[in-house]
Write a protein that binds this ligand. Structure first.
Ligand code: F3S
Length: 649
């Protein structure tokens, strides 16, 4: 039987396990990517592992999420990241040089390579044949030190593209259509591999818009084959030597197939406040729009902004609407400026922003209260724009520009008829150029040690697992506690992300503001929760901070997958309890695990006896792989990896 393209790349990088769906595999990583909100911890953990040099082919540190530096702690973080890149051997992309996925795509993404990134949209370069996966920061640190990345082998699903996009339909509409059909949960545990004759009709930047938003489907990653388009794109970027022809075998078998006929697509839009609330634009036309934003890692390229620029050549923005363009990279900004498009857009009423994530996570350009904001971004979760109860719609740059001209949501086909707009089309520049001084290679960076400002503290390490675990039920929580509940991501708290002792003071403060003090005072103890504990973002602080406060484990009815992995990574035992046990335990009860915990974890025991108040007993289940048990016994992945290095393994 032939192989899918995903299997071919995984096979080339496999160091542990076999490619059977659901089984754990270890793969070698070629490239890593970090950004500023996760990167500080990545490097602090790299330092804590006593590693002194990046071992992957390439590592790149970007400063993109918070580039405005309105607090010295942000600037200190950027300085620390620059010093870490110089010290350990990574490329450093200066604040304002662009969003990690855009800059990485332009400079480093390589067909056939594996890439691990501490950001959820890491899969973006799947559009040029790189197998790129988002992960927690500690997994990235370990991979950067030469360790394998472990993951449960996902199902591989074929997305077969047929036909060609009609006028005014775009790559954004392809992924919006998939979200409409499959929902934000449709890709969980899956890799989407694109095939079929429709692939040929899409350029690489169009493909990366699709792979970028595969994350919104919940997919592990998304992947396109490579072809003449890929070669041509790399040529225009000045690195055709990175090209490699890659495709699935003709007789490859997939777990499932989804067919999309591109010729049937029309302009689509995601309505508030989920990326899968997708309808044709014409169904919501006429809604007043106060803000339009083009940019983000989804549609922030030069070639994404160019169609909007062409549409604005002879048309001004409606006086009731504000339009902001935030190019995804400084290269895109520089090219738009040098080729005169930026001035055309400014003359039409556009404001240009720094190349930053910024508004995508509510930092800057917060919409007015009770207003509609139309964005080319990938997420419109309620409140993400910086104001609760926002109304953010997601669409293509063409729909965004047309609506800015009209002052209301409009299907560009109708506006074209009304005011005589030409179809702008989608074209690549002859060559990409610019921003040459903003990406500093490791050999040019000063190697003068780590510069830690007062807000940057060492990462705490946990001792190996004790044989006897006992302590109070520190907090009893309901179902669906998110990582946002555990560590909120608001700017006033996020600025302490490099300072775990300080950040820990905010742990679970949205649930119980006295929690952190109580946990520190009690010297150990457990969290108790209902179903789906730890859902939401992959933020590892949500496990690290409880660990710092002395929490020893979590008793929950069920756990969200990534958070459970993070609990293992930071040495907290996750035990599943049944509903009756959950109902019976009260906050403040004394919880004791009767077994010799260390021994039981190491020997593969699944059922643990929990004694409450010395009075009654219940069972807690530990569902863990051998590797996860090793992590737990060692006190977490940092301690485990350190021990392995010390023993020369
Ligand atoms: Fe940045 Fe938003 Fe993309 S935060 S990485 S632009 S999803």
């Amino acid at each position: 039987m032939g192989q899918t393209l995903t299997e071919k790349i995984l096979d080339d990088h496999l160091v542990d396990g076999e490619l059977n769906v659901g089984e754990e595999i270890g793969i070698e990583i070629d490239q890593v990517l970090t950004q500023d909100t996760t990167g500080t911890l990545v490097w602090l953990q790299f330092e804590a592992l006593d590693l002194d040099e990046v071992q992957t082919d390439l590592a790149a540190q970007y400063c993109d999420h918070q580039t405005y530096q309105f607090d010295f702690r942000n600037t200190d973080d950027h300085r620390f990241l620059r010093s870490a890149a110089g010290t350990f051997g990574a490329h450093f992309s200066r604040p304002g040089n662009g969003i990690c996925h855009n800059v990485h795509k332009e400079n480093f993404a390589r067909p056939g390579a594996t890439m691990l990134g501490s950001d959820s949209h890491t899969p973006t370069p799947g559009g040029l044949g790189e197998l790129a996966i988002g992960a927690g920061g500690l997994d990235v640190s370990v991979a950067m030190g030469g360790g394998a990345y472990y993951i449960e082998m996902p199902e591989i699903v074929e997305i077969r593209l047929e036909g060609e996009l009609p006028d005014w339909a775009t790559a954004k509409d392809v992924i919006l259509e998939l979200l409409r059909r499959e929902s934000v949960k449709g890709g969980v545990g899956k890799i989407f591999e694109y095939t079929g004759p429709g692939v040929e009709s899409l350029t690489v930047p169009e493909r990366t818009t699709i792979t970028n938003m595969g994350t919104e489907l919940g997919a592990t990653t998304s992947l396109f084959p490579t072809d003449e388009h890929t070669k041509d794109y790399l040529d225009r970027l000045g690195r055709v030597e990175d090209y490699e022809e890659l495709s699935a075998d003709p007789d490859a078998e997939y777990a499932d197939q989804i067919v999309v006929d591109l010729s049937e697509l029309e302009p689509l839009i995601a309505t508030p406040s989920m990326p899968d609330n997708v309808v044709p634009v014409r169904e919501v036309a006429g809604e007043d729009v106060e803000q339009v934003m083009i940019g983000s890692c989804t549609n922030g390229g030069f070639e994404d902004i160019l169609p909007a620029a062409k549409m604005l050549e002879d048309h001004d923005i409606d006086p009731t609407t504000e339009m902001i363009v935030a190019p995804g990279s400084k290269q895109a900004s520089e090219m738009l400026a040098r080729e005169g498009w930026a001035s055309e857009m400014m003359a039409a009423g556009v404001n240009f922003s720094e190349s930053t994530c910024g508004a995508c996570i509510g930092i800057g350009h917060v919409p007015a209260s009770d207003s509609v904001s139309l964005r080319t971004f990938n997420r419109n979760f309620e409140g993400r724009s910086g104001i609760e109860d926002d109304n953010v719609y997601l669409c293509s740059p063409e729909v965004a520009a047309a609506s800015a001209i009209a002052g209301e949501i409009v299907d560009p086909r109708d506006l074209a008829d009304d005011i005589g707009l030409d179809v702008p089309g989608f074209e690549l520049p002859e060559e990409y150029y610019g921003a040459d001084t903003d990406l500093i290679p490791p050999e040019e960076a000063p190697d003068d040690g780590l510069i830690k400002g007062p807000n940057i503290a060492d990462v705490p390490l946990k001792d190996p697992l004790d044989s006897h675990l006992e302590g109070p039920a520190l907090l009893k929580m309901d179902d669906n506690i998110t990582t946002d509940h555990i560590i909120p991501a608001t700017q006033d708290i996020l600025m302490y992300r490099s300072n775990i002792p300080k950040l820990s003071e905010f742990t679970l403060s949205r649930v119980d503001e006295d929690f952190a003090d109580r946990a520190l005072d009690s010297d150990g103890g457990f969290l108790v929760a209902g179903e789906n504990y730890g859902q939401g973002s992959s933020r590892e602080h949500a496990a690290l901070c409880p660990m710092y406060l002395g929490v020893e484990g979590v008793l929950a009815q069920s756990f969200a997958r990534i958070h459970k992995a993070n609990l293992f990574n930071f040495g907290l035992i996750p035990l599943e309890i049944d509903e009756e046990t959950y109902e019976q335990i009260d906050q403040g009860d004394d919880v004791e695990i009767v077994d010799d915990v260390r021994d039981a974890v190491e020997s593969g025991q699944e059922e643990f006896t929990i004694r409450v108040n010395g009075d009654w007993e219940a069972t807690g289940l530990l569902d863990a792989s051998e590797r996860e048990r090793d992590l737990l016994a060692a006190g977490g992945k940092l301690s485990y990896t350190k021990q392995q290095h010390e023993s020369g393994e």
